[in-house]
Design a protein around this ligand. Structure first.
Ligand code: NI
Length: 141
C-alpha cells in the first residue's frame, strides 16, 4: 500500500460546505479522496504553467475581494513590476465585494508564469486563470 500521511487543515466553514456539496454531487465515497484529487489537479496545473517556454501572448484573469485588507494595492504594485510584459489591464466591478481584473500579456513565458504565481499567492485573491497562446508565425496552417 502507498505510504499515507495524515494532515489536519483549517478551512472557512463556507468553503468546506461548498466543497462537500460538490463531492456529494460527484459521488465521492470520501472527503479524503476528493481532497487528494483536488491536490493532484493543483499539482498538474502548476506543472503545466511551469512547462511553458518561449514567447506567449494571452491573459491572466484575477478575481479578488476588494474589501480584503490591501489586496488592491498589492495587485497594482505587483503589476508595476511587470510593465515589460503587460499590454493592458481591464478592471470589472463584478458585484459589491468582488473585482475581476484581466491582464493582457505578451512576452517571455517565464515572466508571465512569475506574474501569475505572484498574483495567485496574494492573500485575498480568490481565483486566477491563465490563458496563453503562441503568437503568430508558429502556428501550422
Ligand atoms: Ni472593482
Amino acid at each position: 500500500m502507498t505510504d499515507m500521511d495524515r494532515i489536519s487543515i483549517s478551512l472557512p466553514s463556507k468553503l468546506l460546505k461548498e466543497f462537500d456539496e460538490i463531492i456529494a454531487e460527484r459521488g465521492y465515497a470520501s472527503r479524503s479522496e476528493a481532497i487528494r484529487d483536488a491536490i493532484r489537479d493543483y499539482i498538474i496545473k502548476h506543472k503545466w504553467i511551469h512547462s511553458l517556454e518561449g514567447e506567449r501572448a494571452g491573459s491572466i484573469s484575477v478575481i479578488y475581494n476588494h474589501h480584503a485588507s490591501d489586496v488592491m494595492e498589492k495587485i497594482t504594485e505587483i503589476q508595476h513590476n511587470y510593465t515589460d510584459i503587460i499590454v493592458a489591464t481591464l478592471h470589472l466591478h463584478l458585484d459589491h465585494d468582488h473585482c475581476l481584473e484581466t491582464i493582457l500579456v505578451r512576452g517571455d513565458a517565464k515572466r508571465i508564469r512569475e506574474l501569475t504565481d505572484k498574483l495567485t499567492a496574494q492573500k485575498g485573491v480568490k481565483q486566477v486563470k491563465l490563458s496563453v497562446m503562441v503568437p503568430g508565425g508558429q502556428i501550422p496552417e
